[in-house]
Design a protein around this ligand. Structure first.
Ligand code: 6CS
Length: 340
């Protein structure tokens, strides 16, 4: 009788525990800017898998276009409709001026190993940026590179002169326009959804993006001449609505942090060799595509423009931006001097 009673009490306890944990199982909404299988999607899927394997929560992923453009998903996250968003500084730069730092040309090196070490170890990335995003109600969880920027155009670009007056689509932050103005081109800021059509109809003469995206989005079909300028990396960022994050239990906050770490590691592995693979696919699929790597002389000419863009950055991002830039330089110095 006594054991029966004990069992009953334990049974009720287990049931109640079960009910409580079931009631606490949430479905988190997470939107990003890309398509199935693209780099941001690889990150999101790894995040979802980690959360679902290690908790009762589930994560629903929304890809490009399902909820609108990049600015729409950021707005939905800031207002709490979405819990997580992956938005690139190319767009966030219009909300957080310091995020435009990634568009100072030739700030980051071209060698992937050094770039990855920088993202891992940089105080600017791992300590300063989370504070800057927090001022806008965002809990920054990871910043990561997707690939080196490559310019695609309607005609081959072999020298800096070939950039003159080319209408180049850029993401919608003002500093990127400064960069292309400095290169002698005519920058045209547009959201992603308008790029393919703009290139196809000749409203645009070119654009810049990492090669995996040029391949997966079929951009080479309408903008067949690829130029490696070595001027920057496509960087992106994954974050949460901060009120939502602060309202989580300590255990769930740790789960989210661990899931974003696991997704970061997985994504960094995914991008190794991706640009080469994508370039091979493009050259196989496209007979009229050309690939040009600017020579040192031409790169030096573009590099000469970097200080004026750096100045424009400090003007736009103020004291915070200047401090961030100083730290960026120190962090870069630390990883590049390691190499020597
Ligand atoms: O150029 C763009 O707008 C897009 N490029 C990439 C690599 N990801 C998303 C972004 O919207």
């Amino acid at each position: 009788m006594k054991s029966h009673k004990l069992l009953t009490t334990a049974g009720i306890g287990a049931l109640m525990f079960g009910m409580t944990s079931a009631a606490m199982a949430d479905n988190w909404r997470y939107a990003h800017e890309e398509y199935e299988g693209d780099v941001q999607d690889v990150f999101a899927v790894a995040f979802k898998e980690y959360v679902e394997e290690n908790s009762d929560h589930s994560v629903q992923i929304y890809r490009f276009g399902e909820l609108g453009e990049s600015d729409d998903i950021m707005e939905q996250t800031r207002s709490g409709i979405l819990q997580f968003v992956n938005q690139s500084p190319g767009f966030t730069g219009s909300l957080i001026p310091s995020a435009q730092i990634f568009f100072i040309p030739y700030l980051l090196p071209t060698d992937m190993e050094t770039v990855l070490e920088f993202f891992d170890e940089s105080k600017a990335i791992n300590e300063m940026f989370p504070e800057l995003y927090a001022e806008h109600g965002l809990e920054l969880l990871q910043m990561y590179p997707e690939g080196e920027m490559v310019v695609t155009t309607d005609e081959p670009i072999e020298s800096v002169d070939d950039f003159q007056n080319k209408k180049i689509r850029v993401m919608t932050n003002p500093l990127l326009s400064e960069t292309y103005n400095a290169f002698g081109a005519t920058p045209t800021p547009l959201p992603w959804g308008e790029v393919y059509g703009g290139l196809q109809t000749g409203i645009l003469d070119g654009q810049e993006n990492p090669i995996f995206w040029i391949e997966s989005g079929g951009l080479y079909e309408v903008s067949p001449h690829l130029t490696f300028t070595g001027h920057g990396w496509f960087t992106t960022a994954m974050m949460a609505n901060q009120d939502f994050f602060n309202g989580l239990s300590e255990e769930d906050q740790q789960l989210v942090r661990d899931a974003s770490e696991a997704a970061y590691d997985h994504t960094i592995e995914h991008i190794q060799g991706l640009a080469e693979e994508s370039l091979n696919k493009i050259t196989e699929a496209c007979d009229n595509c050309t690939v040009t790597r600017l020579n040192d002389e031409q790169i030096a000419k573009l590099k000469e423009k970097a200080p004026q863009v750096e100045e424009a950055f400090v003007e736009m991002a103020g004291e915070q931006g200047a401090e961030l830039l100083e730290q960026f330089h120190a962090d870069l110095e630390a990883v590049t001097s390691d190499e020597e």
